[in-house]
Design a protein around this ligand. Structure first.
Ligand code: ZN
Length: 366
């Protein structure tokens, strides 16, 4: 694994009508460039990730030591050359160059690109055009044959030696690195790109986001000789929650709040408690298909706020563990989950430690 990932985040956002630089605008809960950065880190495919920005002080957050932040140049091609020169000392085999404005590629695409470099010097993701493309020659318009026209995307993958040698010789401003190969009659392997790997160019791309809220509530009776599960983890306690499943009130409330926000009825519709199939089911298994629907429908969670209502166990003792577990199950940043403990002054069933209840509110966007 001698792969390096370069993220170009030093653009001037000329087509993006906003006071803020596009690559730093918040998109799906984080700065636009962070989507690419996080994905590259999570893929574990790269020795180093080079983030190229206008000013290093623009980046306030601390990242792992494999992430290097460097200052770019005036044009895109200047920035990529600066990054290529920077990584030369590491003797890379492969390098992927990516525009921060494309936050929606998948780790699968990264893997396919790197695999393709085993037999090719350059590998570029392309999709066929949905719209017909016209081009102009001496004031006359021509139609490009849609079947033979491709739209190129990033990341673009190269053997380091080849892209480096071409880049240092290049004097003109180029649109992307693939152009270097084309101009020099080098062979490029085109692989299938991803429809969702669109470039965020105009502010409408970001403003076109709809937000929904959902609420969930659940209560289960405490009984002896049962294990207690809360938020997907086992909690040491004298009793557990009675139910058709493991009785995890937190996960059940989370499920109902997500279904509520997606306007998809309730947990009982998905997991009827008269069905033997779901008897003693662990609640993470119930959450999984709901998270799948969320992802398939292009929703993402903005935040979760949880009230766990019980006298015992004390939430403060398990808060971090529960939040970590929820973060894993939902693939959601820990900072976006809040868990509060609430006692009821020893009143009623909950006060007498005969039941535990939970309520959740969530916000999701599409
Ligand atoms: Zn329940």
């Amino acid at each position: 694994m001698n792969n390096y990932f370069i993220i170009l985040a030093s653009g001037q956002s000329k087509r993006f009508n906003s006071n803020q630089l596009k690559q730093f605008i918040t998109y799906k809960n984080k700065a636009l460039f962070e989507h690419s950065l996080d994905k590259a880190m999570n893929s574990k495919l790269f020795k180093k990730i080079i983030l190229v920005v206008n000013e290093k002080k623009q980046i306030k957050k601390k990242y792992s030591k494999d992430v290097v932040i460097i200052k770019g140049g005036k044009e895109r091609s200047d920035s990529s050359l600066i990054a290529l020169k920077y990584i030369k000392k590491f003797k890379p085999s492969n390098v992927l160059i990516h525009d921060a404005a494309r936050p929606n590629f998948t780790i699968k695409l990264l893997k396919r690109l790197i695999k393709s470099l085993q037999t090719n010097k350059a590998s570029i993701p392309v999709i066929s055009s949905k719209d017909s493309i016209k081009y102009k020659v001496k004031n006359q318009l021509f139609n490009l044959d849609k079947k033979n026209s491709y739209l190129t995307q990033t990341p673009q993958a190269f053997k380091f030696k080849d892209i480096y040698n071409l880049s240092i010789k290049q004097k003109k401003i180029i649109q992307d690195e693939a152009t270097l190969f084309i101009n020099n009659n080098f062979k490029i392997k085109f692989i299938n790109g991803e429809i969702l790997n669109d470039k965020i160019t105009f502010k409408e791309d970001i403003n076109n986001i709809k937000t929904f809220f959902g609420i969930g509530f659940d209560i289960h009776r405490l009984v002896k000789d049962k294990k207690l599960y809360l938020g997907g983890i086992k909690i040491p306690f004298h009793s557990g929650l009675k139910g058709h499943s493991d009785g995890d009130v937190i996960l059940h409330s989370v499920i109902d709040s997500l279904l509520g926000a997606m306007r998809k009825k309730d947990i009982g519709t998905f997991f009827p408690d008269n069905r033997n199939k779901f008897k003693n089911i662990r609640s993470p298994k119930m959450l999984k298909p709901i998270v799948d629907i969320l992802n398939r429908s292009n929703f993402y969670i903005n935040n979760l706020d949880i009230n766990l209502i019980c006298e015992q166990p004390k939430v403060s003792k398990y808060r971090n563990k529960i939040i970590n577990s929820l973060s894993d199950l939902l693939n959601l940043d820990k900072d976006l989950i809040n868990l509060k403990g609430k006692t009821v002054e020893k009143l009623g069933l909950i006060g007498k430690e005969k039941a535990i209840a939970c309520e959740v509110i969530c916000s999701i966007s599409q």
